[in-house]
Write a protein that binds this ligand. Structure first.
Ligand code: ATP
Ligand code: MG
Length: 344
């Protein structure tokens, strides 16, 4: 019997519904040509859920996500909901679903094909051939560590990691390296921070025990940020904690020249969450201008995670072919190009 994957769609707000619609078209074509298929459940998230249910992440949405094989999310937020605070904000809904799904590893690949090197803020020669993957720890570290305090005169946050938390995300990075160019760069601040010393010791021990076939090096976050701009081609897989990963993956996001190119996957033990790095882009929403590539590449990451690597590869090759034919949305257009619409 052929396999049916249950996919929960969270189109959300702004350009979210426009780009999710393109992914669904793509999945329908893949299903036609494969021995597996997809069953979709659409659910409310973000501003759309606030309008309909007065809650940015309703329980029925959480239940649908947990019952599915993968979740595809467009984007949440927009000016309409800017005045809301705390748990009522659309973005709070996003944090809630990440936490509910316990997705501790956030994967952000950045690749710059030759056809797009001209949109980069760096010299084309510096970015052609960039192909890196940041694996960021997503549910621990200083963003979540207790205690936290602020008495108006003094404030503090706590950076905490356990061996178990470090090992599980490091394992994800090493396993991806084996499928790529077999190199991991672990980024920390072990010259200053105690947490980083544990991070480095744990990564080294795991490497020795289970992944000694993978090349491993270590870099301080300050140097890594500089290296990302000077020589991004040196990186294959970058492994890092929550706050350093936040900064470093945004730095890497500039290399390709448009936010509309960048996919992400957030993975744990169960259902994975796949979403573009960009937000709801209210300035271009509803105009058919959004670049669907970030969403389409997020869908390819979903296919990889479901074990359908062949389909994922076909999607990536299709995109490169389209770009090679100069088919591109306005964010990637320079002189001489006529912009294509989202659905084109
Ligand atoms: P949010 O608060 O939801 O993040 P934002 O106003 O910060 O919204 P982003 O979505 O982060 O907007 O986008 C930042 C800029 O990048 C905007 O000018 C937007 O038009 C552009 N952009 C983002 N995503 C895309 C895309 N898929 N295609 C084209 N342009 C995009
Ligand atoms: Mg934004």
């Amino acid at each position: 019997m052929s396999k049916t994957y249950k996919i929960t769609l969270l189109p959300g707000d702004g350009i979210g519904p426009e780009v999710v619609a393109e992914s669904v078209k793509l999945l329908d074509v893949i299903a036609e040509k494969s021995d597996f298929s997809f069953e979709y459940t659409e659910a409310l998230a973000g501003g759309a859920a606030i309008d309909a249910r007065n809650d940015p992440m309703p329980q029925e949405t959480i239940d649908a996500c947990k019952a599915s094989d993968a979740v595809l999310l467009g984007a949440v937020g927009g000016p309409k909901w800017d005045d809301l605070t705390g748990a009522m904000r659309p973005e709070s809904g996003l944090l809630k679903i990440r936490k509910e799904l316990a997705v501790f590893a956030n994967l952000r690949p950045v690749a710059v094909p030759p056809s797009l090197a001209e949109s980069s803020p760096l010299r084309p020669a510096a970015v052609i051939g960039v192909d890196l993957l940041t694996v960021r720890e997503l549910t621990g570290g200083i963003y979540f560590g207790q205690p936290v305090g602020n008495d108006g005169n003094e404030a503090f946050n706590t950076m905490r990691y356990s061996v178990e938390e470090i090992e599980r995300v490091a394992r994800v990075a090493f396993e991806w390296a084996r499928k790529r160019r077999n190199k991991v760069t672990s980024v920390d601040k072990a010259n200053v921070l105690e947490v980083s010393r544990l991070w480095r010791d744990t990564v080294k021990a795991l490497h020795k025990k289970e992944f000694s076939d993978v090349e491993l090096d270590h870099m301080y976050i300050d140097n890594a940020t500089m290296q990302m701009v000077i020589n991004p081609r040196q990186f294959d897989v970058i492994l890092t904690g929550n706050i350093f990963g936040d900064i470093l993956s945004d730095t890497s996001a500039t290399l390709g020249g448009s936010l509309g190119l960048l996919p992400s996957a957030s993975l744990g033990k169960g259902t994975g969450l796949f979403e573009p790095v960009h937000g709801s882009a209210p300035d271009i929403a509803g105009q058919g201008k959004a670049n669907p590539i970030a969403m389409i590449l997020s869908t390819a990451m979903m296919l990889d995670d479901l074990g359908e690597g062949k389909a994922a590869t076909a999607v990536r090759q299709g995109l490169e072919a389209a770009l090679g034919h100069n088919l591109r949305t306005a964010d990637l257009c320079h002189e001489g190009y006529t912009p294509a619409s989202t659905s084109e």
